[in-house]
Design a protein around this ligand. Structure first.
Ligand code: 3PY
Ligand code: MG
Length: 253
């Protein structure tokens, strides 16, 4: 899929998978489920640079488009993700138009940016030279204050809300994302700015219930819980169902 194809996916009520465990096998499993896109999380996931390449190769083999959440808004992690084959990046903690411009510039070759050209993956960069998707994370009160300027930055393609960091930045618990009216007022400002700029606006979802709630508010794409969280939940459910009388498992660790 071309990168502009990925942008269309993010506009269209997309549900994405999220990878936090290193390894191509889990990438292949999650990539095969039917998600519209899968993101490899190198910010809070346990995935280092050397694990990234086989995971992106595994996702490519499933045909599911890939994004990488980089660990920081800097040229080096953005270059690493794009040179290894991600169709787009999610850049955390973007709090101003200036920071958004830095993220966008790192995604684009001159004359549109400052990315260095280095076609290493065989056939990849030469056969698919489209612009990668640059999604910037709005996850602080400061970012919401600046959101109209952030979406106006040339080269920024999409906004992605980090719901927990946004709540913490308000001085509220992460449960504010469950329907705190002050929190929802901030989300409304992000959604309005995205609509005005004709830009996809997505959000991370801690549960399928959150996907439904945020869909009703107007978000256009969603990433669901990561592989580690899903694995733990399914394993606990299986164990519970296997105990006499369905007893609650004793958690270790
Ligand atoms: C947040 O909730 O802050 C996130 O970044 C989700 O991944
Ligand atoms: Mg965050």
């Amino acid at each position: 899929m071309s990168e502009s194809g990925l942008l269309d996916v993010l506009r269209g009520d997309a549900v994405g998978g999220w990878l936090q465990l290193p390894g191509s096998a889990t990438a292949e499993v999650i990539g095969s489920v039917g998600f519209d896109v899968v993101c490899v999380d190198t910010q809070h996931g346990l995935i280092g640079p050397d694990s990234l390449l086989p995971m992106l190769q595994a996702l490519a083999a499933t045909g599911t488009p890939s994004m990488v959440r980089v660990h920081w808004n800097a040229p080096s992690p953005i270059t690493e993700a794009l040179d290894r084959g991600a169709a787009g990046v999610i850049v955390p903690l973007v709090n101003s138009a200036q920071e958004a411009a830095a993220a966008a510039s790192a995604c684009r070759w001159p004359p549109h940016g400052t990315r260095s050209y280095g076609p290493t993956r065989h056939g990849f960069m030469t056969s698919a030279p489209g612009d990668p998707v640059c999604a910037v994370m709005v996850e602080s009160v400061a970012a919401v204050e600046a959101v109209s300027d952030i979406v106006a930055v040339d080269g920024v393609d999409a906004v992605f809300v980090g719901p927990s960091d946004l709540a913490l930045s308000m001085g509220r618990p992460t449960s504010a994302q469950d329907g705190d009216p002050d929190y929802d007022a901030l989300l409304a400002r992000v959604l309005e700015a995205g609509r005005a700029a004709d830009m996809p606006v997505g959000i991370f979802c801690a549960s399928a219930g959150h996907v439904q709630r945020f869909r009703e508010l107007g978000f256009t794409y969603f990433f669901v819980r990561g592989d580690g969280a899903l694995l733990a939940e399914m394993a606990a459910a299986e164990l519970r169902a296997s105990r006499p009388g369905g007893a609650e498992p004793l958690r270790r660790g």
